[in-house]
Design a protein around this ligand. Structure first.
Ligand code: NAP
Length: 316
């Protein structure tokens, strides 16, 4: 049997990378094996990945030498950066630049860059419907990733840009789920007006990424947007109501209110939701559910994901 090719996965201990590690490990007949990259090979999560059969290796996005070492001998790299660790678009771009450079120097055959839209292409800084943040961004954690696409194209590394979407796991880990109001009723408060928002389970991002690698050259040079479903705030709330057996109302707050919530990144997220709501057509069309299902035939619906995960969603 031919030796398996290695896929190096950044963010392997996190949501997106973790989804891909799991997908590769679950696919026993796969032509790939996985190298899970982390800054701490001794963390519980890293040890768990090793126990499940992943090769675990050190890599730090802020340490170029470590990237070259981590990418050596690999076929593919799944690249994701974590904006929320530092809130700096410049740092995120620097990390993306380092990934592209290391991938070129180590002759990687296929990079999947987990990206998002540069919203400024549709919403120039002069557009005052939402504030400009950090001097030159509308949605910093989107814009930095979208602007970073150029590092991959300029480096000449064979790359697929994977535009991801809101993951349902945000309802578990990111404080985005329904909350009890003063009246004791559960409400899902989002500034989406009546627009539909594409969303997905993290597990399905990983399965799509694996399918992109498995398709060889087919998706190189392409931008692929993925989504499990396109759902309005009202539809999300209806699914919550069914799953919890109690009413969850959709509370369509304004983006201005959301930006004022005051938690770190609330302004960035408020702008993000406003962008998704006001550019609904563009944003949904660029994340087609049928395309996603063609990559991943076992794509989950929100209600089936919720059935499996509802007990993990904190209802405060
Ligand atoms: N939440 C959403 O709905 C959503 C949707 C689309 C896109 N995103 C984007 O997803 C990104 C975060 O990805 P995630 O949610 O999969 O991550 P996550 O679960 O928050 O975990 C962060 C991962 O990044 C790794 N990491 C962070 N800094 C690193 C560094 N300097 N060197 C090496 N690894 C580093 C961590 O690895 P170690 O700690 O083990 O080193 C960890 O595996 C964000 O940039 C966000 O904008 C999120």
């Amino acid at each position: 049997m031919a030796e398996k090719q290695i896929i190096a996965v950044l963010g392997a201990t996190g949501a997106q990378g973790g989804g891909l590690v799991q997908a590769i490990l679950n696919d026993k007949s796969s032509e790939f094996q996985v190298r899970a990259l982390t800054r701490n090979v001794n963390s519980d999560k890293a040890k768990e990945l090793a126990k499940m059969g992943a090769e675990v290796a050190f890599a730090d996005l802020d340490n170029a030498e470590s990237l070259n070492k981590a990418f050596s001998g690999v076929h593919g790299v799944f690249a994701v950066t974590n904006f929320w660790e530092h809130f700096s678009p410049e740092k995120e771009m620097e990390q993306a630049r380092s990934i592209a450079k290391a991938a070129r120097e180590t002759n990687v055959k296929h990079v999947i860059w987990s990206s998002l839209d540069d919203t400024r292409k549709l919403l120039p800084l002069e557009d005052n419907r939402m504030p400009t943040l950090q001097g030159k961004y509308k949605v910093p954690h989107f814009d930095a990733k979208g602007e970073s696409n150029k590092f991959f194209s300029e480096s000449g590394v064979p790359t697929t840009i994977l535009n991801t979407v809101f993951y349902w796991e945000n309802f578990i880990y990111f404080g985005q789920g329904p909350k009890k109001g003063p009246d004791g009723k559960l409400a899902l408060s989002l500034p989406l007006a009546d627009s539909k928002m594409p969303s997905i389970a993290v597990e399905d991002i990983g399965k799509c990424a694996l399918a992109i690698f498995k398709n060889g050259d087919k998706y190189i040079g392409q931008t692929i947007g993925i989504a499990g479903e396109h759902l309005s705030g009202k539809q999300l709330a209806e699914s919550f109501s069914k799953a919890f057996g109690q009413e969850v109302v959709y509370n369509a707050i304004s983006a201005e209110t959301y930006r004022g919530f005051g938690f770190p990144g609330a302004d960035d997220m408020g702008n993000m939701y406003q962008f998704k709501a006001e550019f609904e057509d563009y944003y949904c069309k660029s994340r087609d559910v049928q395309v996603t299902r063609s990559l991943n035939p076992s794509l989950q619906s929100f209600s089936s994901w919720l059935e499996k995960n509802k007990s993990n969603i904190p209802l405060e």
